[in-house]
Design a protein around this ligand. Structure first.
Ligand code: ADP
Length: 666
């Protein structure tokens, strides 16, 4: 993957993780908040219910108290009796601080005080609270039913004070007001006796005025902690107060207000932990992925750099893998090879059956391939065959089971070519060795033949001297004798130059005209031509420059080529055999050298291709009595003159042998 793209996807991945983290944290915070809210609303509802219960309890208690006071009122008592009944009432009801019987003008007739407190009105006097008593009694008279006064504060002698409230019951006899019964409530005791017993330890109940001024309270006041507050209006005749309940939590701050929140928090922690583990796992996975990608890239580079073809096959014989070197070797693409069973596209059709059998044996596990490999022949896509060396090994998977075969395939055609070349050069070496032996023999022969040739020459010249003395039969015999002498000379020269050639001495190069070279061999050529009935044509233009050459050897070359040509025409029984010896000038080369080209043309059978290949090989001949050395020697001589001996078909039939010789520059 390009690094830019990878960086982008990294950013995107981190962005997604960050978003996920933010979402999870947000969700958890919302959950905790909602749980806390829910818990708070439950607590609030609880407090609301408690205050409503407290209010109804309070109403019931006040109504009950009124009934008890009415009972006290209705009895026909003498003052003594009244007092003892009132005191009994005061003992049962701690919330009352005094009960008074007052006349129609509110003057006190009888009074009884609570035994639980020091005299309440001792400090300020009862007259101090008369306005409140009046207010309650005025209301009571107007309503003709019990009525309450506003609360009022009564300082006590111990420095504290009591918040009191007056209850006034009108006393009516036969439709006429005869007096009042006034009971004074201590508000804090009213709370303590009527609501206190049902209250929890974490609650505080109080009476407040509408503006929030606290009048009396009961319970533990714990400020600073989380408080839930609920209020209810206590509406009594002549008096309206607020009953307020405060409830607070035990600890502050309260991290886990209840099981739900704790559960949610626990789940959140678990979720965050899982998220972290997931992130960690993803990071590890990414690292492994990266390592894997690196390993893959490494493997790919290794595969691509291999020159050995690799091929894997499964146990059904289908190709499951080929590397680029294998594709290049056989010329088929990966798509053409993968998934193909027998016969594979690179099997030569003529061998497909044999290979199929070999593969079947391999797949049954009957025969293990040799470790050093075996040779086979494959076919390229273009149909050409080539030899290969195949080394096969079983393919074992991670579980230790064999899943197929892996083969390394080597193209050994180049190796074969080198082997062939070395075999050919070996043969050449052997031929050269034989040639060297022949050279030795030729050298020996030339040495041995010199003597008889010299003898022939001297006998010939002696005979000519004798013939001069007998001129009668001379002319023809003299010509013959001169011929013998010349040819003996020539034989001597040939032998010497062969000797020189074998000894590798510097050949004597001399300027010779092309005409002279042809003329020198023509008598011998004509001799054989006459015998075989061949027409000889010589084409040498006038004015050609002389060439620089080893004259004797070049004459030998011309003679050899002419003789081969005539023998070929004779063997093929050509009806009108013709031999052409041609010399012509070739265009000057780039270096400015000029050459003359010598051609020997016949109209024989031509040279078939299989013979062409071995034409210059020493000892190669198609003739029963041939030596097979002629052309090989000719080529060596021509090459020593810096040229090449070539041949080509003649038109309409036959062969042309050509070579060039350098012109002697003046
Ligand atoms: P030799 O003449 O002893 O056979 P050469 O080396 O001169 O040896 O020739 C080798 C072979 O080349 C001959 O045997 C002959 O088959 C073939 N050859 C040479 N010249 C010609 C030619 N002009 N036409 C046809 N075949 C030829």
């Amino acid at each position: 993957m390009p690094s830019g793209l990878r960086r982008l996807s990294n950013w995107r991945r981190w962005g997604l993780w960050a978003l996920l983290g933010v979402l999870v944290v947000g969700m958890l915070a919302t959950l905790v908040y909602l749980a806390a809210r829910y818990e708070a609303s439950v607590a609030q509802a609880h407090v609301e219910r408690d205050v409503a219960d407290a209010l109804s309890d309070m109403r019931a208690a006040l109504t009950r108290n009124v009934q008890e006071l009415q009972a006290l009122q209705s009895g026909q008592h003498n003052p003594q009796q009244w007092r003892s009944e009132a005191e009994a009432l005061l003992r049962r009801h701690r919330e009352w601080v005094s009960i008074e019987r007052r006349g129609p003008g509110l003057q006190v007739l009888e009074a009884a005080e609570t035994p639980y407190r020091a005299p309440v009105f001792a400090k300020m006097g009862r007259a101090n609270s008369l306005p409140d008593v009046q207010q309650a009694c005025v209301t009571a008279r107007r309503l003709s039913s019990p009525a309450y006064s506003r609360s009022h504060f009564e300082p006590q002698s111990d420095g504290l004070g009591l918040e009191l409230m007056e209850l006034c019951l009108p006393e009516v006899q036969v439709g006429r007001l005869t007096g009042f019964l006034v009971a004074t409530y201590s508000l804090s005791d009213l709370l303590a006796t009527q609501i206190g017993p049902q209250m929890g330890r974490t609650q505080e109940i109080s009476f407040t005025e509408a503006d929030g001024t606290r009048l009396a309270m009961y319970g533990l006041a714990r400020r600073g902690s989380k408080v839930f507050t609920a209020q209810q209006l206590l509406d009594l005749p002549g008096l309206t107060m607020v009953l307020r309940l405060d409830s607070w939590r035990r600890t502050e701050p309260d991290l886990f207000p209840n099981v739900l929140t704790a559960l949610v928090t626990l789940m959140s922690i678990a979720l965050v932990t899982v998220l972290f583990m997931l992130a960690h796992d993803t990071r590890r996975r990414l690292r492994v992925e990266q390592d894997l990608a690196d390993a893959l890239a490494f493997r790919k580079a290794m595969e691509d750099s291999l020159v050995t073809g690799l091929r894997a096959r499964d146990l059904q014989g289908r190709t499951t893998y080929v590397n680029p070197a294998f594709c290049q070797m056989v010329g088929f693409s990966q798509e053409e090879l993968l998934g193909r069973g027998a016969p594979a596209p690179y099997w030569p059709p003529e061998r497909a059956q044999e290979y199929g059998k070999r593969q079947a044996v391999r797949l049954t596990g009957g025969h293990r391939p040799p470790r050093e490999g075996f040779e086979s022949v494959f076919m390229r896509k273009d149909g050409t065959r080539f030899p290969v060396l195949i080394i096969e090994a079983p393919l074992i998977n991670a579980q230790g089971l064999q899943t197929g075969w892996m083969s390394a395939v080597l193209d050994i055609s180049e190796q074969r070519r080198v082997e062939e070349l070395s075999r050919a050069s070996q043969e050449r070496l052997q031929a050269t060795a034989r040639l060297a032996t022949v050279g030795e023999m030729a050298s020996l022969l030339s040495h041995e033949l010199n003597q008889p040739l010299a003898a022939i020459a001297s006998y010939a010249s002696g005979s000519m001297n004798l013939l001069q003395q007998a001129p009668a039969c001379a002319p023809d015999l003299q010509v013959a004798m001169r011929g013998i002498s010349e040819q003996a000379d020539r034989a001597g020269r040939v032998i010497r130059s062969v000797h020189d050639f074998v000894r590798r001495r510097d050949q004597a190069r001399e300027p010779v005209s092309a005409g002279a070279l042809i003329d020198a061999v023509l008598p011998l050529v004509n001799l054989q031509a006459r015998k075989l009935g061949v027409e000889v044509e010589v084409r040498v233009p006038q004015g050609l420059p002389p060439v620089l050459c080893d004259r004797t050897m070049v004459e030998q070359v011309l003679l050899n080529l002419a003789r081969n040509a005539m023998q070929a025409m004779d063997e093929a029984r050509i009806p009108e055999p013709e031999l052409v010896l041609q010399v012509r000038a070739t265009p000057a080369t780039e270096a400015g050298r000029r050459w003359l080209e010598f051609s020997v043309m016949d109209c024989g059978p031509g040279i078939p291709p299989e013979i062409q290949r071995q034409l210059f090989t020493p000892f190669f001949t198609t003739k029963a009595e041939g030596m097979g050395l002629g052309l090989s020697l000719c080529r060596t001589v021509v090459e020593q003159h810096g040229s090449q001996l070539v041949f080509e078909p003649n038109q309409p039939q036959g062969t042309i042998f050509r070579f060039t010789l350098p012109v002697q520059e003046l």
